[in-house]
Design a protein around this ligand. Structure first.
Ligand code: PEP
Length: 252
């Protein structure tokens, strides 16, 4: 889908806790052999941390951008099990997801911690992909915008400092891994809301990329990505199958 917007467009795969040395190699071989997306569009993969070294080696200087799925808000020290931004950079990471709903849910990450992680990532030259989204309960009770607004609020000062160097991802929790997708109209409405919210922090942030995530497939990608405020997608399940991921990327 051709867009007249100057905003960077992305399709980013979130492998979650999936993969093996053999399956990663097979997947990355196909992704790196595929033609690079048109100018202004990029594809990336956020791999589990133990596979950063392998992915760094296999991606080399190709057009596929390497990312991780989480980062510590701390620089270094006594934080057992955490991975620092400097470590991600050493292994070729350029993107990092922060605040994915699975981390908010299973690791009790607050929006303040998410903002601190994004701040640390940005300070180290990584592009944080800041994930926000409401639950089904929030949506059904009419609180979807209030929930997303509260998730964005702690990022205000970072938005002022980093502007378009950030990426946001709107991922309604009820659409992640469920097969249910927000309609293009529902997704567009929330993206427009997010754009207004971050522009209220800093007018320059109006041109920040906002991706949609939640059961994106090749069959619905085009309808979603053609919405005026949707700048691409964050892809979970479908990013594990090269042909599906590339078909989604072709809709950029
Ligand atoms: C995700 O994990 O970020 C995601 C969007 O998952 P899925 O595409 O499987 O819904």
């Amino acid at each position: 889908m051709q867009s007249s917007s100057a905003r960077a467009r992305w399709v980013i795969g979130n492998w979650k806790m999936n993969g093996s040395l053999a399956s990663n190699a097979a997947l990355l071989e196909v992704l790196t052999a595929a033609p690079r997306p048109r100018p202004g569009c990029s594809i990336g993969v956020c791999v589990p941390s133990p596979y950063l070294n392998q992915a760094q080696r296999l991606l080399g200087a190709t057009h596929v951008v390497l990312g991780a799925q989480d980062v510590s808000e701390h620089e270094s020290g006594a934080f057992t099990g955490q991975v620092s931004a400097a470590m991600l950079r050493e292994f070729g990471g350029r993107l990092v997801l922060v605040g994915h709903s699975e981390r908010r849910q299973h690791n009790a990450e607050t929006s303040e911690v998410v903002a601190a992680k994004a701040r640390t990532a940005f300070a180290h030259g990584l592009t944080p992909v800041i994930c926000v989204g409401e639950t089904l309960l929030d949506r059904e009770s009419g609180a979807a915008e209030a929930t997303v607004s509260a998730q964005l609020a702690p990022c205000a000062s970072l938005v002022r400092d980093a502007g378009t160097s950030l990426v946001f991802a709107y991922e309604p929790v009820w659409a992640i891994g469920t097969g249910k997708t927000a309609t293009p109209g529902e997704a567009q409405a929330m993206h427009a809301f997010i754009r207004e919210e971050i522009a209220s922090f800093s007018p320059n942030a109006r041109d920040t990329s906002i991706l949609y995530g939640g059961s994106v497939k090749s069959s619905n990608a085009q309808a979603l990505f053609s919405q005026v405020d949707i700048d691409g997608g964050l892809i979970g399940g479908a990013s594990l199958v090269a042909a599906d991921f590339l078909a989604i990327a072709a809709a950029l």
